[in-house]
Design a binder for this molecule. Sequence first.
Ligand code: NAD
Length: 509
Amino acid sequence: MADGTELQAERKRGTIHAGGEWHEASSGGTREILDPADARPFAVVSEGDEKDADLAVAAARRAFDEGGWPHTPVAERAALLRRVAGLLVRDREKLGLLESRDAGKTVEEGRVDIDCVADAFRYFADLVAAEAPGRVVDAGSPDVHSVVVHEPVGVCAMITPWNYPLLQASWKIAPALAAGNTFVIKPSEITPLTTVALIDLLIEAGLPAGVANIVTGPGHTVGARLAEHPDVDLVSFTGGLASGTKVARAAAVTVKKVALELGGKNPNVVFADACATEEGFDTAVDQALNAAFIHSGQVCSAGSRLIVEEPVRERFVAELARRAERIRLGRGTEDGVECGPLVSEQQRAKTEEYVASALAEGAVLRCGGRRPEPSPQRPQSGYFYEPTVLDHCHRGMRVVREEVFGPVLTVETFRTEDEAVALANDTEYGLAGAVWTADAGRARRVAGRLRHGTVWINDFHPYLPQAEWGGFGKSGTGRELGPAGLAEYRETKHVYQNLAPKPVRWFAG
Ligand code: NAD
């Protein structure tokens, strides 16, 4: 699958999968998928709507209520997840390339994504396989056997974003299947291709028909229908705050379980002592660059707010800007390219608007702030934007408060530890943040005070499948990954068995 032509040839059957069959959209609608590096269509998918969502939910409902998957022994479910991980490894090159074309990231980033997807499947396989089947509770009587067990929730709706299309999908699909659920997934309408490909791998691995369903199509039709659907038991959403709020509201009407993984405005706090040695300075600058600009800043946990101690600010920002200017922008499939385009014209326009508003509000441009000159690796028609560093920023600016989701780093400064913590927590979000310091005591103190779901000390961005991921505040509810990421997909049931039943005689008559 070197390009979309091959994908289209494979996909004569449509990209909607319900009840074990691939379909075109019931309306016959289709959508072209654009390569963000040149804005040219390279694949076509079915454009589903509410009717397709209803058909997929019905298939998932039947598979849950009448099929064998929820009752399949845990060892078999775990074995299937491991087979999926093996197929992902087999198709790593093909899927990594597809993710790169679809989302605009470099091929190497695409490959790393696929490795992480395989890790998620392996992790949840191992987690369920190692679990005890239930927790026996002491009921205080030898005549009672009391046990707490976990059961699948039922039909899960999953709605995913465009920045890490398959990775975000896998954080939902792997635990949902491990727990014995059936699901309908709606990938982002602009990057659906690898999620479609994953459904094929699930089928190849032996998943029964109707357990895995996908509807490609827009959020306001397919996504909204899934969120409100009376036959859906849980909705797990990853995306922006505005859409997440709508999903939560729609889901509330039928009292679904809801998990929301939303945005972030993530602080990267650098104390001067972290930069006391040349090596320490170089590491902190290098990681600040990576935190802000990997995947053109289109990362929910991007370190988009640099909060640096005043005495090192000038040197730190000068070096950061110098290196940001040298980031090699281009088509993600080209050799030597370090950073791809933004995913869409809309995303670039939003970025440009934020930079303009910051400059109008008094920010100082240290680098970037414009579209790069076109080159053979960077067609004029691609959605490229230069890595941008905005100095002298403050909380009064929209660019500091709101998620840009582009290659824009704002710089704020502090003089005391308390001030650093106050700035880092001064956000309605709370997804992730980092603290850089050579003082171990300060590191632990500050990490303990940060109101964010993940805190890195002297690092930025690593996550572990075995550690929970999610946000405080408006970054969401619930957690993905780790044991809590499995628990999201389960109901808890207490089974109380009286081994010697007798009348209660509460009522005399
Ligand atoms: P988005 O909210 O625009 O879209 C996300 C998904 O929701 C898409 O599939 C979209 O079609 C669907 N959608 C849109 N409106 C909907 C509605 N009314 N009902 C149901 N579904 C609807 O987000 P995006 O632009 O695709 O992704 C970027 C956002 O995702 C950023 O805010 C980023 O921080 C967030 N994100 C968060 C995490 C995390 O782990 N917390 C991870 C990745 C991305």
